[in-house]
Design a protein around this ligand. Structure first.
Ligand SMILES: Nc1ncnc2c1ncn2[C@@H]1O[C@H](COP(=O)(O)OP(=O)(O)O)[C@@H](O)[C@H]1O
Ligand SMILES: [Mg+2]
Length: 606
């Protein structure tokens, strides 16, 4: 669930304060990313924080020395204090540079280590999480954390440094006049409250806009991506996309501008109040000097500390409020990490049998997708015997792919059981189970990587095993294609990176098939990955697939009956159940729905 906009302002403030709870965790992440550097910047910032007080004190000495009336100024002391002020100025400049250097380094380390953590966690989550749009919003916000929260690193550092500055300057002011300090606090606090209130509204608004932004991003991607370019051109979609984009962008901009304008009005008014507080104190001090109650040096010192403290106090408040707002985003990160998988987390540890003896049985299996009501599978009973070649046919949306997903435990049935050699799939160690299954999905991924990697994703441990890779390409009829590339297995594919060659749909499919052959799995499943091949090529691929999967369980899904008839058994799926089951000849003879469908397709070839 995306974070809800708070119901009331009181609630909003409570949310902010609770969000601060996540801060220590963030700081720990920072520290773990670069421990030594973090310690170094902290020490440097504390040192740098003391410099302003020292410089003001040196300035006071200098002014008092040169404004002594009548007598000769004490030159050696004068040079000494000028030297002190110069040294402090130079040191604090240098510290500033070193701190910037450290921050940049920490930021890099932080975003890399957080990126890795996010990837690692995402890898453990269920497929259903990724197919859920609320999860998507959260994942996107969490992903943005690895770069967006870098601002918080600098803010935290500055907060520390400003605090040291403020405390040291406050000590200076209190030494001369405690109540001046009180005036200062009173004039600055309202500004803080106003600022943080608006910063908070900003967060609430940004949260509410997540979906809009995602939509905006989608239009931009559609309008600029390589995948969509073909259709965008031939259908002349660009103006339509542009209109949608600018309409949405306009809404977002208007919302943001409204809030910014309100912030400007209120913030402006309260800034004037703070300035008035400062000048009130200034008048009081100037009067003291005029009445000879205070030396010119002391006046400069107190006025300087006051101005400094005023500035630092305001900055501290806004830094703090900035950090508190950012902390609200940390919740997204924390929530993302709290998202737990159900499938992978199971402690089942049974190893899949090798060899598999009887095969897979669906026993009264019912299934619907999370958040949907329509049953895709309704008390399905189905068996796949080991060593058999089974074709699943059925109209689009009848649940063919869903069966495959259930076998791979990308989802679990909501009722009934799936058995492998008589044992519930849920009792097996999920990674071990998946290692026995090779699936090429109809929407397999075309990686913008080398040919080698594109095949080796089937069994990534064999990335450097050229012999096995070539063997797999021979089986999938991709060998000739790869031999034509100047760099052979190391040819880059896809258009994302320089030097990548693109392939036709059918060529990609041959590569994808090689993945299945590379994988040493006992169950092989092809889910319409050959749709882009012409019927003859597809028949050839399946002929080979049937021969090469001897003794394995081979399941294939296809729309082409010329291919399907090669199977040992054909299962026709309709309305979540099995409508027909048998060999091609049996089904034709039975004269049921399969034979009708076959006739229709055969007629179109005559
Ligand atoms: N991730 C999903 N979330 C919700 N519904 C889904 C999802 N995937 C598929 N469906 C729905 O489940 C039904 C079966 O889909 P699928 O198994 O892909 O069919 P087939 O492979 O036979 O074409 C369809 O109605 C489809 O809309
Ligand atoms: Mg499908």
């Amino acid at each position: 669930m995306p974070p809800k906009p708070p119901s009331s302002l009181k609630q909003a403030w409570r949310d902010r304060l609770t969000a601060l709870k996540d801060l220590p965790q963030f700081w720990r992440l920072l520290r773990d990313a670069a421990p030594t550097t973090v310690r170094a910047t902290i020490s440097l910032r504390m040192l740098g924080g003391l410099a302003p007080l020292g410089m003001l004190y040196a300035a006071k000495q200098i002014i008092d020395l040169i404004s002594t009336k009548g007598s000769q100024p004490d030159l050696p002391s004068l040079w000494f204090w000028i030297g002190v002020e110069f040294a402090l100025a130079a040191i604090s400049q240098l510290i500033g540079r070193v701190v910037d250097f450290c921050d940049a380094f920490i930021a890099d380390r932080f975003s890399h280590s957080l990126g890795l953590k996010i990837m690692r966690h995402a890898a453990t989550l269920d497929l259903s999480s990724f197919e859920d749009s609320a999860f998507h919003d959260r994942l996107e916000r969490a992903r943005a954390q690895s770069t967006d929260r870098i601002g918080m690193l600098t803010s935290s550092g500055w907060l520390l440094q400003r605090l040291v500055m403020l405390i040291s300057l406050a000590a200076g002011i209190i030494f001369y006049s405690p109540w001046l300090f009180a005036v200062l606090i009173i004039s600055v606090v309202p500004t803080f409250l106003v600022e943080s209130h608006f910063a908070f509204l900003g967060y609430t608004q940004a949260t509410a806009q997540t979906t809009l932004r995602r939509t905006l991003d989608y239009y931009l991607t559609l309008g600029t991506s390589r995948e969509a370019a073909k259709e965008v051109k031939v259908f002349a979609l660009a103006p339509h996309l542009e209109t949608k984009y600018s309409k949405l962008a306009g809404t977002l901009m208007l919302e943001n501008r409204r809030l910014a304008a309100r912030r400007l009005r209120w913030g402006g008014a309260f800034t004037v109040l703070a300035t008035a507080g400062y000048y009130g104190s200034y008048v009081y001090l100037a009067r003291d000097v005029a009445l000879n109650h205070m030396s010119l040096g002391t006046f400069t010192f107190v006025a300087g500390t006051l101005a400094g403290a005023n500035g630092h106090l305001q900055t501290i408040f806004s830094l703090f409020s900035d950090i508190a707002d950012q902390a609200l985003f940390l919740r997204d990160l924390a929530l993302f990490f709290e998202d737990t998988p159900t499938i992978r987390a199971s402690t089942a540890s049974l190893l899949p049998p090798r060899p598999i003896r009887s095969g897979i049985i669906f026993e009264n299996v019912s299934f619907h997708y999370p958040g949907q009501e329509k049953l895709v599978l309704n008390q399905l009973n189905l068996h796949f015997s080991q060593g058999e070649r089974v074709a699943i046919v059925g109209k689009n949306g009848e649940g063919k792919t869903t069966i495959v997903k259930l076998i791979a435990r990308l989802y679990d049935p909501i009722a009934g059981r799936i058995l492998l050699d008589g044992k519930d799939l849920r009792d097996f160690h999920v990674d071990e189970l998946r290692s026995e299954i090779g699936i090429i999905f109809q929407d397999f991924i075309r990686y913008d990587l080398s040919v080698r990697e594109n095949i080796a994703v089937g069994s990534i441990g064999r990335l450097r095993d050229d012999e096995a890779l070539w063997e797999a390409t021979r089986k999938s009829n991709a060998q000739e294609l790869i031999e034509k590339f100047p760099q052979q297995l190391d040819q880059m594919l896809g258009g994302r990176f320089e030097g990548g060659s693109d392939l036709s749909g059918g060529e990609w499919q041959r590569l994808a098939l090689a993945r299945a052959y590379l994988r040493d799995a006992q169950i092989l499943i092809l889910d319409e990955p050959t749709a882009a091949l012409d019927p003859l090529a597809e028949a050839e691929v399946f002929q080979k697939f049937a021969e090469l999967t001897h003794e394995k369980l081979a399941i294939f899904i296809s729309h082409r009956f010329s291919t399907v008839r090669m199977a040992d058994r054909i299962v026709l799926l309709a309305q979540g159940q099995i409508a027909e089951d048998g060999t091609h000849d049996q089904l034709i003879q039975a004269g049921g729905p399969y034979s009708c469908l076959f006739e229709v397709q055969a007629a179109s070839y005559r």
